[in-house]
Design a protein around this ligand. Structure first.
Ligand SMILES: *[C@@H]1O[C@H](CO)[C@@H](O)[C@H](O)[C@H]1NC(C)=O
Ligand SMILES: *[C@@H]1O[C@H](CO)[C@@H](O)[C@H](O)[C@H]1NC(C)=O
Ligand SMILES: *[C@@H]1O[C@H](CO)[C@@H](O)[C@H](O)[C@H]1NC(C)=O
Ligand SMILES: *[C@@H]1O[C@H](CO)[C@@H](O)[C@H](O)[C@H]1NC(C)=O
Ligand SMILES: *[C@@H]1O[C@H](CO)[C@@H](O)[C@H](O)[C@H]1NC(C)=O
Ligand SMILES: *[C@@H]1O[C@H](CO)[C@@H](O)[C@H](O)[C@H]1NC(C)=O
Ligand SMILES: *[C@@H]1O[C@H](CO)[C@@H](O)[C@H](O)[C@H]1NC(C)=O
Ligand SMILES: *[C@@H]1O[C@H](CO)[C@@H](O)[C@H](O)[C@H]1NC(C)=O
Ligand SMILES: *[C@@H]1O[C@H](CO)[C@@H](O)[C@H](O)[C@H]1NC(C)=O
Ligand SMILES: *[C@@H]1O[C@H](CO)[C@@H](O)[C@H](O)[C@H]1NC(C)=O
Ligand SMILES: *[C@@H]1O[C@H](CO)[C@@H](O)[C@H](O)[C@H]1NC(C)=O
Ligand SMILES: [Ca+2]
Length: 385
């Protein structure tokens, strides 16, 4: 089938919006102005007044990092270390209508033999969030995080600031964070969900994946479903956003793996018709990340909840399940919580994968409605005749 020119134009426009480079030098591959590849040999170089990194402003002690055996990075080898009182910032200009902005970034602990890892603080106007270095959520010495930055409209300047923060007074015993590989994404309207009453039930809309990373993206707790990196879902505990290029994903390009211990998971809310019956369908599985064990997933639909168990051999498989429930008077909470803490043989935390969550009025309701319509038609006909 041939595409209409306007469809192509719209597709290009959409892709343009989605991939527009909002940030300059987001992976720090453009080195300090007075350096070139030839003399970029030292692994840590202190930034100064005359050697700044293109696109960025810095303050405090900040170093330009070149990856060596001593430090592993996900990108092409250059990054920024935020040392004592160190911060970097860049202002980007929001474009298009008011939309959400999602950030993906990577953190590695810099230094050796330190007893304390400083936090990374990410801030934009009206929001500040701390990210602590977390071990055992991946195989690498770095972690990628997804973050809901905020919502802005055309022309608004947004100053994005990264800084280090530590409670430790001795800078020599502190590992200062190294940050790299920023991806900033504008999220437009969620795609049409067909007759699914839950938007983003397949988790296809979320922070961008690093194309080369086999680690997925960690999402810390986000209590609000509106201000969340997984659009329309709040996050409890820590979950991992996984891509189909590097994990087994039941549907589409992305899914959620619940990786932190008991009662971590995801949750959404939806207004339903009181007393009506609904059917919730979902896929549970494992991510093909050698996560072996018995998963127990608690599925809550309004005031009722039910546990589903799944034996995983860690080789990537999924099963469809469904529950039928009657809606409550108030907004209905739908959540998926993991009740098990499992580690792979390498000590990496892992757990059940949730995907393809579809909520529909149950067949019974549809039939009931059709019957009601038929009956009223008969009554109407009877009245006319
Ligand atoms: C680095 O290389 C550039 C160009 O090759 C040169 O202008 C500059 O002086 C060099 N700096 C040092 C410190 O060697
Ligand atoms: C930076 O460069 C300017 C001009 O080249 C020079 O005057 C100034 O002393 C330099 N500052 C530092 C801190 O090296
Ligand atoms: C770049 O400029 C800074 C500040 O003047 C200086 O300390 C550093 O040696 C310069 N590096 C090179 C390679 O010229
Ligand atoms: C790597 O770390 C070792 C100490 O553990 C140090 O001797 C060496 O110089 C470092 N290499 C680089 C390139 O910084
Ligand atoms: C991904 O890996 C390939 C091969 O290792 C490399 O050539 C490429 O530059 C990497 N891309 C990124 C974005 O790091
Ligand atoms: C970083 O912040 C400072 C102070 O708020 C501001 O003057 C500067 O323009 C910012 N730099 C960038 C690149 O946005
Ligand atoms: C870190 O500690 C190890 C073992 O305690 C030692 O071999 C190494 O030299 C130390 N590295 C630095 C940079 O102090
Ligand atoms: C940190 O280490 C440096 C050299 O390794 C030393 O000169 C400095 O006094 C140390 N600072 C503290 C607070 O121990
Ligand atoms: C589900 O399992 C957890 C952990 O075993 C248990 O605490 C909870 O009560 C169970 N919930 C239901 C509805 O059976
Ligand atoms: C792992 O589990 C899947 C699904 O239950 C099954 O198809 C597969 O044969 C199992 N593989 C092994 C090695 O047990
Ligand atoms: C699991 O990963 C292995 C490679 O690590 C791959 O060969 C296999 O096809 C994957 N299985 C599934 C179900 O995706
Ligand atoms: Ca999906």
């Amino acid at each position: 089938m041939e595409r209409q020119p306007e469809t192509i134009f719209l597709t290009l426009l959409f892709m343009g919006l989605a991939s527009a480079d909002l940030l300059q030098n987001p992976d720090f591959e453009f080195p300090p102005a007075n350096l070139t590849g030839n003399n970029l040999t030292s692994s840590f170089m202190l930034l100064g007044q005359n050697n700044t990194v293109p696109g960025w402003t810095f303050d405090g002690t900040v170093q330009y990092v070149t990856a060596t055996q001593n430090i592993s990075l996900p990108g092409n080898g250059h990054a920024i270390q935020l040392c004592e009182d160190g911060n970097i910032n860049q202002t980007f200009i929001a474009n298009g209508g008011i939309t959400d902005y999602l950030l993906t970034f990577t953190v590695a602990p810099g230094g050796q033999n330190c007893s304390y890892n400083a936090d990374v603080v990410v801030s934009v106007p009206d929001s500040t969030r701390f990210f602590s270095w977390k071990q055992h959520y991946g195989k690498e010495k770095w972690e990628s995080y997804g973050h809901y930055l905020g919502s802005w409209g055309e022309g608004e300047p947004v100053d994005l600031v990264f800084q280090s923060q530590t409670a430790e007074s001795d800078p020599n015993s502190t590992c200062w964070p190294v940050i790299d590989s920023l991806l900033l994404k504008r999220v437009g309207a969620l795609p049409d969900a067909n007759d699914n009453l839950l938007p983003n039930g397949g988790f296809e809309t979320g922070p961008d994946f690093l194309s080369n990373s086999t680690e997925g993206i960690l999402l810390d707790e986000y209590r609000s479903a509106v201000q969340s990196p997984i659009q329309q879902w709040s996050v409890l505990g820590t979950v991992k956003y996984i891509d189909s290029r590097h994990f087994f994903v039941p549907q589409g390009n992305a899914a959620i793996e619940i990786v932190s211990g008991a009662s971590a998971g995801i949750q959404t809310g939806v207004m339903l018709t009181e007393g009506s019956k609904y059917n919730l369908e979902f896929a549970l599985g494992d991510a093909n990340d050698t996560c072996v064990g018995d998963f127990i997933v608690g599925v809550q639909t309004g005031s009722t909840s039910q546990n589903f168990s799944l034996a995983s051999n860690g080789t990537g498989s999924a099963k469809k399940f469904s529950v039928t429930f009657k809606a409550n008077p108030s907004a209905t909470q739908i959540s998926f919580l993991s009740y098990t803490t499992i580690q792979t043989r390498d000590g990496v935390y892992c757990g059940p994968v949730v995907d393809d969550v579809v909520l529909r009025a149950s067949y019974g309701l549809k039939l009931e409605m059709q019957l009601k319509v038929l009956i009223s038609l008969y009554i109407l006909l009877g009245a006319i005749l």
